[in-house]
Design a protein around this ligand. Sequence first.
Ligand SMILES: CC(C)(COP(=O)(O)OP(=O)(O)OC[C@H]1O[C@@H](n2cnc3c(N)ncnc32)[C@H](O)[C@@H]1OP(=O)(O)O)[C@@H](O)C(=O)NCCC(=O)NCCS
Length: 209
Amino acid sequence: MAGKIGIRLQLPLMTERLVLRDFVEADWQPVHSYASDSEVFRYVEGGPLNDQQTRVSIEKAIASQREDPRLDFRLAVTLKEEGKVIGDTRIRILDPNLHPAYRLLGQAYIGFYLNRHYWRKGYASEVAQVLLAFGFDQLRLHRIFAWCDAENLASARVLEKVGMRREGVLRKNWTIRGEWRDALLYAMIESEWSNWQEAGTRLVSFSRG
Ligand SMILES: CC(C)(COP(=O)(O)OP(=O)(O)OC[C@H]1O[C@@H](n2cnc3c(N)ncnc32)[C@H](O)[C@@H]1OP(=O)(O)O)[C@@H](O)C(=O)NCCC(=O)NCCS
């Protein structure tokens, strides 16, 4: 697929155990098994979702596949062996039409959600690392960042494990179910990605399909 930004994008992305691919309509059901789980939304706003909300969310993800240039990559996280959808992830390039600086900066944010039956098996770390590779090596981004709730230890640990640096605490940055919450900002810039690669600190080996 070639977008106007002139970059060849290769999906699906593959890690040792996972395939990250575009969503299809039928995915709404396995997505709903965790999108309806309040524990998954403990530190994030936007859920749990009812059937209809999950369907709409997948429809939106599918619609974004047709953007040209494509800025939003919300991908299904699937087990390589079984093909089962166990989560979803996103790398979203800041829209250059919203602010000229976004075009110059080449920034994107990442995020991930997994079905709780698959937590603490190292899957999110694989996901985050292949997203960084996709963002820096294929999308040619300059900076990739992520926020998480200050108490979301799992998310913060994933971001640290893949080499993203904690840049600060955003005090009372957003609300979750009506309560103002502190957020942590993590980021990696392109030169750090190169150093990370050279230092052989890659957590997982991955290939691109
Ligand atoms: C955040 C999330 C994706 C992490 O997924 P995961 O696959 O369990 O993460 P990993 O197995 O790759 O674990 C990465 C590290 O975090 C640690 N970790 C995982 N869950 C943890 C927890 N609840 N508390 C403390 N550390 C935790 C792991 O031990 C591992 O560190 P280590 O290798 O040093 O031992 C998962 O917990 C989730 O889906 N949460 C709900 C949605 C969410 O909050 N998403 C983030 C939005 S910003």
